[in-house]
Design a binder for this molecule. Structure first.
Ligand code: ATP
Length: 139
């Protein structure tokens, strides 16, 4: 069965939306295989965001992701990678469709980094890689 790595980013944890986001994942029918509140480190983020290194938003993104704890979650279910990305909605929360996590709960706060509440793996390959980064031993 497929697994995906979901993060409730620091903005979601700070705003008290962890429960609401987990509720939506469970309501969709996916299983929570692991849930852990963690403070990210520069090393973890360098691995997690390796593909974005060098982009203009990389440094502020890492700084934002270090600004508070994240909820790291492994979800499980048939096609849950695609399913969670559909639940999350478009990257830009201003235009993410209503009904999605970002569309219902997110907005533009006028900050340098796009704070969009959640991350979800985008392929089986990145899911395996990211689960290994956040939960060594799982996956
Ligand atoms: P999606 O694939 O739905 O866009 P994602 O989280 O996988 O979500 P990426 O394109 O992989 O998005 O970018 C990673 C994160 O970097 C985004 O979720 C967002 O927080 C931030 N980001 C991406 N593009 C920008 C940008 N142009 N300006 C600021 N932050 C950005």
């Amino acid at each position: 069965v497929q697994r995906s790595l979901v993060l409730v980013k620091p903005d979601g944890v700070r705003r008290g939306l962890s429960g609401e986001i987990l509720r939506r994942i469970e309501a969709k029918g996916y299983t929570l295989a692991a849930v852990e509140l963690r403070q990210a480190t520069p090393e973890i983020l360098a691995a997690h965001y390796a593909e974005h290194e060098g982009k203009p938003f990389y440094e502020p993104l890492v700084e934002f992701m270090l600004s508070g704890p994240v909820l790291a979650v492994v979800i499980e279910g048939q096609r849950c990678i695609e399913g969670f990305r559909s639940l999350a909605g478009a990257t830009d929360p201003t235009v993410a469709a209503p009904g999605t996590i970002r569309g219902d709960l997110g907005r533009d706060w006028g900050l340098a980094v796009q704070q969009n509440l959640v991350h979800g793996s985008d392929s089986e390959e990145s899911a395996a890689r990211e689960i290994g980064i956040w939960f060594s031993g799982l996956g």
